[in-house]
Design a binder for this molecule. Structure first.
Ligand code: HEC
Length: 321
């Protein structure tokens, strides 16, 4: 009796859902399962393959999109189940616009590892099949990049707009970077680096790195307020040689690198630790305005051009989820 009612409901659901729904339902049911689901080592390898194959060119270093399709949002072109993603990367979906060539070079095993990594950066509870908004697909990448930079110039007019832009910053909210000038003889690659104890280190107050620096034994620390004074001072002081290095929240670093480091004298090394955003920048939940989103996309590109990978991507595998 119960069984029967469930079957009827299922059939009704299929009829009501229409072709698209039922197709995706069926494909989800029949699709093969990733043998590497939840396998941290495999996910790490998957990310290495993702980078090596040039996938970031369209999907961004952190999978956040940019010129291409975001892997961290909850909108999927053909579906999100293992089998669909596998066929897409293999180049087996007739309607796909993503290049098919990867199917010839990637083994099944490698494709599954990449998918295992995608699962570590995508935390959607509800997924939909659909097409992304204009903001995530650029018909003309160059014009779009110019629009994005224009949006950042608009934002730069006042500190409140900068704050609003950096709040709820996609992908990089948990990421901090070590910033130093190229003339620093001994580049600091991590907070564990003993060289740090001899350097003048700049840091913003009310960020988790203040404690980390203390633990690391840094003794010459200069603290910069995020509620008073110029927001980007910690970055400009590195350029002006007032401090040797700075450990800065990535969105803030991105914005002021773009504004100040016009000669590209700075190097940015992302910390491989997922940390809280500065208290002053924790997301307000406001839905961002178009120019704010545009500027965020631009800064995303700035960080990528400095090789800054989001912390959650660097640590995917070790302590994801
Ligand atoms: C030339 C640009 C381009 C490159 C390079 C590229 N992709 Fe894609 N990718 C797309 C597009 C466009 C889509 C959206 C689906 C479609 O229309 O084919 C997509 C979709 C995806 C999706 C599903 C996301 C969704 O929202 O449906 C995954 C996963 C994916 N790509 C993985 C990869 C991997 C792994 C690589 C490298 C081996 C890669 N892509 C390289 C353009 C690209």
């Amino acid at each position: 009796m119960r069984q029967g009612r469930r079957t009827i409901r299922l059939i009704m659901g299929l009829l009501i859902g229409g072709t698209l729904m039922s197709l995706s339902f069926l494909s989800a049911q029949n699709s093969p399962k990733n043998p590497y689901t939840g396998d941290a080592e495999a996910a790490k390898e998957g990310y290495a393959i993702f980078q090596k194959m040039g996938c970031p060119g369209c999907h961004g270093a952190g999978g956040g999109g940019g010129m291409g399709w975001s892997l961290i949002d909850c909108i999927w072109r053909f579906g999100w189940d293992d089998g669909t993603l596998f066929r897409l990367i293999k180049g087996q979906i007739p309607e796909q616009t993503m290049p098919r060539g990867f199917g010839d070079v990637l083994t099944d095993d490698q494709v599954w590892k990449i998918i295992a990594w995608v699962r570590t950066i995508n935390h959607c509870e509800e997924n939909v099949i659909g097409t992304p908004t204009a903001a995530t697909t650029a018909p003309n990448p160059e014009a779009e990049a110019q629009e994005q930079e224009k949006a950042c110039r608009l934002v730069a007019i006042n500190q409140n707009m900068i704050r609003q832009t950096l709040q709820a910053f996609p992908d990089y909210a948990s990421t901090y970077v070590i910033l130093y000038r190229d003339d620093v003889t001994k580049p600091v690659q991590s907070l564990e680096d003993p060289a740090l104890s001899k350097l003048r280190v700049g840091v913003n107050a009310d960020t988790p790195v203040v404690d980390l620096l203390k633990k690391a034994g840094a003794s010459n620390v200069v603290t910069y307020s995020l509620s008073e004074g110029p927001l980007g001072q910690v970055v400009t002081d590195v350029l002006d040689q007032k401090i040797d290095v700075a450990v800065v929240w990535a969105p803030l670093a991105g914005f002021f690198i773009w504004q100040s480091d016009t000669e590209h004298r700075l190097t940015a090394v992302p910390l491989a630790t997922v940390l809280q955003a500065p208290t002053a920048f924790q997301a307000s939940g406001d839905q961002a305005l178009t120019y704010v989103q545009r500027c965020q996309q631009f800064l995303h590109g700035v960080l990528e051009s400095y090789g800054v990978v989001p912390a959650q991507v660097l640590t995917a595998g070790s302590n994801s989820r």
